[in-house]
Design a protein around this ligand. Structure first.
Ligand code: SAM
Length: 181
């Protein structure tokens, strides 16, 4: 399934780290694109550096958009479904079997309260439980559920460095197989 993320809003300065983390989670947990509104262009450079080090550079992109409604309309025009994550939605467990059948999903999350019309533009309003928490938490759980945990085994091709998983500490090699302390 192709999954992209649309993140609405950004509170200047206060949200800088959260914005970076939303992009990092999208990249690491299997989304192919994140569309963001109101953010600084420097986010692209930050995430490009991560891809340069850890791979998967060509598998993930960031698009900064002004007109978020066009992203939704274009997505729907291209046979994609729109899933809005909100504490007011239906529990993910009650929709997951239907969501597994989708081929293209655009996941909307908000930096704060989202415009009312997002609820009606969405094909699904999905809650990761009906308590308030965070867009990073909601997105992480959603991606893990939709990909059934397989996203954690994704191969990020290329990159300068790779981790050799280790229970005792950090073991990192360069792409040419040289050990790094
Ligand atoms: N009251 C807000 C709401 O509408 O969900 C909480 C805003 S929260 C600071 C920012 C974003 O986190 C929301 O726009 C939503 O995408 C996500 N979020 C927070 N709690 C959630 C939950 N329980 N289920 C799904 N998404 C959630």
């Amino acid at each position: 399934m192709e999954v992209s993320v649309l993140r609405l809003g950004h509170r200047f300065v206060r949200d800088d780290r959260i914005t970076t983390h939303v992009a990092l989670v999208s990249r690491a947990l299997g989304a192919s694109t994140i569309y963001m509104t109101e953010v600084d262009e420097s986010i692209k450079e930050t995430i490009a550096k991560v891809g340069n080090n850890w791979g998967g550079e060509s598998d993930f992109s960031i698009e900064i958009v002004q007109d978020w409604k066009s992203v939704i309309f274009n997505w729907k025009k291209n046979s994609g479904k729109v899933i809005h994550l909100t504490m007011y939605g239906i529990n993910i467990d009650d929709a997951i079997n239907e969501l597994y059948g989708l081929t293209k999903a655009l996941v909307i999350i908000g930096a704060q309260k989202v415009p009312r019309e997002v609820y009606s533009l969405a094909d699904y309003n999905i809650a990761i439980g009906n308590q308030p928490h965070s867009e990073i938490g909601a997105l992480s759980v959603f991606l893990d559920r939709i990909f059934r945990g397989n996203e954690l085994k994704k191969n990020f091709r290329g990159g300068r460095l790779r981790i050799i998983p280790n229970n005792r500490g950090k073991y990192v090699k360069e792409a040419n197989d040289t050990d790094i302390a």
